[in-house]
Write a protein that binds this ligand. Structure first.
Ligand SMILES: Nc1ncnc2c1ncn2[C@@H]1O[C@H](COP(=O)(O)OP(=O)(O)OP(=O)(O)O)[C@@H](O)[C@H]1O
Length: 580
């Protein structure tokens, strides 16, 4: 918590809040002394002028106290909002560079909870800290000191009450802190189930699993509620106990105070002031116990936020990044590359080697789960190989800065991702400088121009995740975004699977005819033989291993796995377009 506050504190706003708070404390504490003076000096000695003078002073101090309270709230709220904004930005900046491995370690839902709910806990504690958490201890200590100067004997009653209170708070908090921590984890579970339900709503309805999903959600919802109830029952005990103890304290003060007055060793005014200090101590303690409610939950949240911010990225830039020198003919090579997903026993990819040059197309084919996506994700270093190296123009991708590597590689992922906005804004994701003509050209090549023209052209709205487009249309828009970028290597991960054979053939033909793409290296992952038959080299993957490597004709002649893929597609009509 302290670490997070140090890192994101806005010093000026915090200073403003503390200064106003000090003024508030001084005015608050001075008032009982004035009251005592009015009773002891003014009333006892019938000194009207003294009473009026002190009364005016009390009025001014009260106004000052109100202004100080307003200033304190203003700066405390500003500080809390600024801090929340900074923390959310820092989390976003960190997460945006996470590798897939890092992302799956935390999980999407948990990251969202950390950037929202956990940050709100910190903000709450920040406001309270600047409003009362600092004020309460100061008020408490000063009130005790002032009371002590009036009567050390009566002050002993306070001290005894405080010891009992501290013990009670310690016991209650010891039990509620672990519960507060688990509330945040349960928020993650709740969010995860809710998100899954939302994204899978159509599947849930189609399979008539509404009841089952509702029960699953209710389970997490109830779990969250029960933990919340436990923790609030515990903390709710604090306030009644506090009131009982402090009422007994007041009874003690009146009891012993009246005996002191009777023996003429204590003035009546002082007893009234003493009672005021006792009330202030009660208020301070109530506020302090609020702190004990907020602080443990905020500490748990701070730990979760720090976990994200301090997470060591599994993929980082080298200290002295190397930029590959411009080559006459660029190359991409894999040298005995193996990759294993975290916690997986088997390698998803084993000993893959190939070399491909500018102007060539490398195709990767294989059954479901054979490692095709894993292979292409290694090229832009979205994942890091366990063994072997991947080189572009002879330079290991691990030695390049990720920024320059991502400039060299343009990729269409298997799942086409679009962003809310317009077609133009989505295309400019690939190339910020792209003109409308260039965008239209990319859309033509990707066979997306027709359906975009039928809408509002480049200003056609794209909903969140591109949900107002069909799967095939989304894929074509993603392909257009990939080819609009000026890159050395273009990667298409199963990007043609949702296209019909005719569109697939036309798209490949247009890609081949495009001067920029035809001069670059193309890596195409496909399930259909027809999509890749014209590639310069085809890699056949099976269970993460390369079981064939060569041209379509070579593989057709001597590779069993390839032959069986071709045969299975001839039966379903998929390979009959192979030579197109
Ligand atoms: N994030 C992950 N964590 C753990 N294992 C994974 C992960 N992603 C993929 N795998 C495993 O790695 C293997 C290769 O997966 P990959 O996605 O590369 O296959 P693929 O050939 O692209 O499959 P498909 O044709 O279905 O897209 C599979 O066995 C899969 O279960």
């Amino acid at each position: 918590m302290i670490k997070l506050v140090k890192r994101f504190l806005n010093k000026w706003a915090a200073l403003g809040a503390v200064l106003f708070m000090i003024v508030q404390v001084i005015t608050f504490l001075y008032l009982p002394t004035l009251t005592a003076g009015i009773i002891n000096q003014g009333i006892a000695k019938h000194d009207i002028n003294y009473i009026i003078g002190q009364g005016v002073l009390m009025f001014i101090l009260s106004i000052l106290s109100v202004i100080a309270a307003g200033g304190n709230i203003y700066f405390a709220a500003t500080q809390s909002q600024l801090m929340g904004k900074k923390i959310r930005s820092a989390i976003y900046r960190k997460v945006i560079y996470f590798s897939e491995q890092d992302l799956s370690k935390f999980g999407d839902s948990s990251l969202i909870t950390r950037a929202t709910n956990d940050v709100v806990q910190i903000q709450n504690v920040m406001v309270n800290m600047l409003r009362m958490m600092i004020m309460s201890p100061i008020m408490l200590v000063t009130a005790i000191v002032l009371a002590f100067t009036m009567s050390p004997k009566l002050t002993l009653i306070f001290v005894l009450s405080l010891v009992i209170l501290v013990a009670i708070i310690y016991l209650i908090m010891g039990r509620s802190i672990p519960l507060f921590k688990s509330i945040q984890t349960k928020t993650d579970d709740l969010n995860l189930t809710f998100r899954e339900g939302l994204t899978g709503v159509r599947v849930i309805r189609a399979f008539n699993r509404d009841d089952y999903e509702q029960k699953r959600f209710d389970h997490y919802n109830r779990d969250y509620m029960n933990t919340g109830l436990k923790v609030y029952r515990l903390t709710a005990m604090m306030f009644p106990l506090l009131t009982v103890i402090l009422n007994f304290t007041n009874i003690g003060i009146v009891w012993f105070g009246s005996q002191l007055i009777a023996s003429h060793s204590f003035a009546v005014g002082n007893l009234v002031a003493f009672m005021s200090y006792s009330t202030q101590i009660l208020i301070s303690f109530t506020m302090l116990s609020f702190m004990f409610v907020f602080l443990p939950r905020a500490s748990a949240s701070a730990a979760r936020i720090n976990e994200v911010l301090d997470h060591e990225d599994s993929i980082t830039d080298s200290d002295q990044p190397v930029q590959p020198a411009k080559q006459a003919e660029s190359t991409l090579s894999f040298n005995d590359v193996s990759y294993r997903y975290e916690h997986a026993e088997e390698c998803a990819l084993s000993d893959v080697s190939f070399n491909v040059h500018a102007g060539q197309t490398l195709a990767i084919i294989g059954g479901t789960g054979s490692g095709k996506s894993t292979l292409v994700n290694l090229i832009p270093r979205l994942i890091e190989p366990e063994q072997g190296s991947i080189k572009i123009d002879g330079v290991d991708v691990a030695k390049m800065s990720q920024f320059s590597l991502h400039q060299l590689v343009s990729i269409t992922q298997q799942k086409a991702v679009l962003f809310a906005g317009t077609v133009r804004s989505n295309m400019q994701f690939g190339n910020r400088e792209a003109t409308d003509d260039q965008i239209w050209h990319a859309l033509e090549v990707a066979q997306a121009a027709d359906f975009i023209k039928a809408e509002a052209g480049l200003d056609t709205r794209v909903e969140q995740n591109g949900e107002n487009f069909s799967g095939g249309q989304r894929q074509r828009l993603a392909i257009a975004r990939t080819i609009i970028k000026d890159a050395q290597i273009y990667v298409f991960d199963d990007s043609f699977s949702a296209l019909d054979f005719k569109t697939d053939a036309k798209l490949r033909g247009d890609l081949h005819a495009d001067p920029k793409i035809s001069r670059a290296i193309s890596v195409i992952v496909a399930q259909r033989v027809s999509t890749i038959a014209n590639a310069d080299e085809i890699i056949v993957l099976d269970d993460g291993k390369v079981v064939g490597q060569g041209t379509h004709q070579q593989l057709l002649a001597n590779n069993e796995t390839y032959q069986s893929i071709v045969n299975s597609q001839i039966r379903t009509g998929g390979a009959s377009h192979a030579e197109k």
